[in-house]
Structures are given as C-alpha cells and as structure tokens.
Ligand binder design. Structure first.
Ligand code: NAP
Length: 355
C-alpha cells in the first residue's frame, strides 16, 4: 500500500518524514511548497508530489493510488476537511496530528463515521501528543472506574512550541475555553476554572484550556463531563480571565493574521537538544456519583518525539492490518496500554480515594 505524508515540509511533518525514511517506511512526501519538498525528498531519497488543498478534483487525483494519508499540515481548521473528503472519495485511510476540537468533532460526526464504515477506511484524528497519551489515560480511568461521571485530563511540560502549534493555539485563544458538560461541548471563559493539581511533580496551580480531549475522551469513554487542564501560576490564571475581554479582538481576522505573521517570523520550534530535555507528565482523574476518585499519571517523552513515534506506530499498523472502517480515537484502536508501549513512556501510576 502506498502512503503519503501531507505537510511533509512543516516542522512536525519533516520530523515524521525523516524518521519514516530512517525506518524504511517509504512515504510519498507531499504539500504545497515545491522548493522545500524537492530539497527534503532529494535528501531522503523519497518521491514527492506538490498540490494545494484548494481544488477538490486536484486533491482526489493526487491521492488516486494512495492507501493512507498521514496529514500534518495545520492549522487543521482549514486543511482537515478537504483532505478527509479526498480520502473518503478515493478510499484511503485518514490520520492527522490535529489537536483542534472542531476537527475531532468532524472526524467523529455521524456522517463521516458512516461514510468511513461504508468505504472501509479508518478516520483517526489526533495521532500525536494530542491526543494519544491523554486518550489512553482516559480509557485507563474508565476501566478503573466504569461508573465515572466526571473526567479531568491534563499535562505538565516545559513546552517550547513549533510554528504550527503556536498558530493553532492563537486560533484557539480567539475561541476561549471549552469543556464537556452532560455530553455537550460548552464554551467557558479562559481562566474561569482554577484548582491545584499534582501532575506528578507536586501540587501546582492549574487552569482549563480548550484541549482536544474534551471531544475525543467522550468518544473513547462516554463519560459526559470532561475538562482539560494545564499548570498555570495563579496570577496568570487571573490574567487569562482579564484576557477574556480581549477575545472579540483575537477573533478579528486581521489580528489573527498579524499574530500568525509574527509567529512565522519569530518561532522556529525546539531543536533536537531542546526536545531531549522536555519530558512531559500526563495526568487524569475520574469521579463517580458517590464521590469516589481515581487518578492516574504517566511520564512520556517530549511532545514531538511522542508525535513522531505515535503517528508512525499507527501508520505502520494500518499499512499491515485490516481494520473495519469507521471513525476511531487512538485508544479505541490500540487500547489504554498503547501509550506505555511507545519509546520513553513509563507505566501508569494509580491513586484511589473513596468518599
Ligand atoms: N497532535 C499533536 O500533538 C501535534 C504535535 C505537533 C504539531 N501539531 C499540529 O500540527 C500542525 C503543524 O504543526 P507544525 O509545527 O509542523 O507547523 P509548521 O512548521 O508551520 O508547518 C505547517 C505545514 O502545514 C502546511 N500548511 C499550512 N496551511 C496549509 C494549507 N492551507 N494548505 C496546505 N498546506 C498547509 C505548511 O505548508 P507551507 O510550507 O506551504 O506553508 C507546512 O507544510 C499544527 O496544527 C500543530 O498544532 C500537533
């Protein structure tokens, strides 16, 4: 089966392309930047294709002999739909490394799931740091507490971000925060939720952010109330509350464009040495109606190594096996222990408390 990395010249796409080449997985590199793709493909000895995602017919044609696309071109708010559409038309598995809630909702919509089942292809969004580890933690918590009604997930990392991730975060800030309440996604103000959490290195002040798991963990576990957390010093939580008043400004197209231009100019992403010292702690907590609590945490490598290994693990598996068509989360495809099998990950540490 031939497969393709689209967005192969981006920061994360290139990391994945290099590792895929090193493992002898022979992807076709693709994207819209001919010059950069030509240089990378030449260096890695791989074929490449150049096409934008703006013309549906051109995208279909470019995928006609492809069995799987690993989509790495984001922000995915613009790129996911045309690529998913083409994959559903030609019958290619679709994987992406998004963390965007709207894209997860598209992938898991009834319409897309039914189309994927009929076509016999897998749609799986979030095959990177967001959401493999937290999705596995969510499923582990559901296994430990089948009657859980509330789920909290989060991570603690000394992050340095790539350009695309920073641009995606800027889009997210304009939209405020999101959580899941009684099965439905609900917008909340940034900084409106504040608590102390021990992610694995002592209790820290934390706030909720609009992270992909408010979507995916629901499809993985069915738990109706979900929040996603990161550590944030208390003064910054109050600052974020203040920023909520600037939200309309952050939604203005011209402001978004300006901020993204600044990102292109000043953000280049962590190098190999920086990535090596960015280990991450992933945490989750489930509660049931009786007030019992179970929490789980796990160490994982930095977010980019996690994304490369996770995405290539899922890709290799789909290239070699037959899986019934439909929309999947990573943990539903591979089980909660998937994360513990990826290089550099530890094992789940479980803590229980009873009401
Ligand atoms: N799930 C995770 O944990 C995880 C981890 C890392 C990254 N990500 C996500 O992956 C995405 C890429 O991140 P990055 O840091 O690699 O970004 P990047 O270095 O800015 O690269 C972005 C890539 O996407 C392409 N692209 C952007 N908009 C496009 C469009 N409208 N049509 C076609 N191609 C387009 C770019 O092509 P040009 O060169 O032609 O502009 C480039 O190849 C971001 O959304 C980021 O949030 C997720």
């Amino acid at each position: 089966m031939q497969w393709m990395i689209y967005g192969a010249n981006g920061y994360t796409g290139e990391l994945i392309a290099r590792e895929a080449a090193r493992r002898g997985l022979f992807p076709i590199l693709a994207g819209r930047n001919k010059q950069k793709l030509h240089e990378l493909a030449n260096e890695l000895g791989l074929p490449y294709r150049t096409f934008p995602l703006t013309q549906a017919a051109e995208v279909h044609e470019s995928l006609i002999d492809i069995g799987l696309v690993l989509h790495c071109a984001g922000p995915f708010s613009v790129t996911a739909e045309p690529m998913q559409e083409a994959c559903l038309t030609v019958g290619a598995h679709y994987l992406d490394i998004t963390g965007e809630i709207s894209v997860f909702e598209l992938t898991h919509s009834r319409v897309q799931s039914a189309r994927a089942r009929k076509k016999g292809i897998v749609l799986c969004s979030g095959v990177g740091f967001d959401v493999i580890p937290t999705d596995c933690v969510a499923l582990r918590l559901k296994e430990l507490m089948p009657d859980a009604t509330h789920l909290s997930l989060g991570f603690d990392s000394d992050l340095a971000l790539s350009p695309g991730t920073t641009k995606t975060l800027i889009e997210g800030l304009g939209a405020g925060c999101v959580e899941r309440v009684d099965g439905k996604l609900k917008a909340t103000a940034l900084g409106s939720r504040h608590r102390h959490i021990d992610f694995g290195r002592g209790a820290r002040s934390a706030m909720t952010i609009p992270w992909g798991d408010v979507s995916t963990a629901y499809y993985t576990t069915g738990i109706p109330n979900i929040q996603t957390w990161i550590p944030m010093p208390s003064p910054l939580v109050f600052g974020a509350r203040g920023l909520s008043f600037a939200r309309p400004l952050l939604q203005v197209n011209a402001v978004q464009k300006l901020l993204k231009k600044l990102v292109e100019r000043f953000v280049c992403g962590p190098d190999e040495a920086a990535r090596a010292v960015m280990p991450t702690l992933v945490w989750g907590e489930a509660k049931n109606a009786a007030g019992d609590v179970v929490s789980v945490c796990i160490d994982i490598p930095n977010i980019y190594s996690m994304t490369v290994d996770g995405a290539l693990h899922i890709t290799s598996h789909l290239l070699q096996s037959t899986i019934a068509g439909g929309s999947y989360t990573p943990a539903v495809l591979f089980g909660s222990s998937f994360i513990t099998k990826l290089p550099g990950s530890g094992n789940f540490k479980v803590i229980r408390s009873y009401s």
